[in-house]
Design a protein around this ligand. Structure first.
Ligand SMILES: [Zn+2]
Length: 126
């Protein structure tokens, strides 16, 4: 049976204190963020908070969304684009090592798992 938010916050607080006492300030810092998310209602119904952000992630998303001054961070290519480094010419294997890293309005962020090249693949206009 799920606990109330207040009960969960008390457990988080207890765990945070234990973490400090055993020298795990890193975990206590994460728990502070989780506690704040709980208190602001920023978790899902099961009290889950999934969060992994960094400066690189912020600028990558700004680039994928083409927000200045990051609009040119990634090349824009057409549908079914290949990695320009690993598969400059058409090949049946050209799409084996590609992954989607972002879905944005009008396109998809793609990444080559071999060399790390990233680009924005524009969706065809209807
Ligand atoms: Zn590549």
């Amino acid at each position: 049976m799920p606990r109330s938010r207040q009960e969960l916050q008390e457990l988080v607080s207890t765990l945070g204190k234990v973490c400090i006492s055993i020298g795990r300030a890193d975990l206590a810092s994460q728990l502070r963020v989780y506690f704040l998310a709980l208190s602001r209602g920023l978790t899902d119904a099961r009290g889950t908070l999934q969060l992994k952000w960094s400066e690189d992630a912020v600028t990558d998303w700004l680039g994928m969304l083409q927000v200045p001054p990051f609009s040119e961070r990634f090349p824009v290519r057409g549908e079914n684009a290949r990695c320009s480094r690993c598969h400059p010419a058409p090949s049946p294997r050209a799409y084996q090592n590609l992954e989607t890293v972002a879905q944005v309005p009008g396109g998809t962020g793609r990444r080559c798992k071999v060399c790390g090249e990233r680009w924005l693949e524009r969706a065809p206009r209807n």
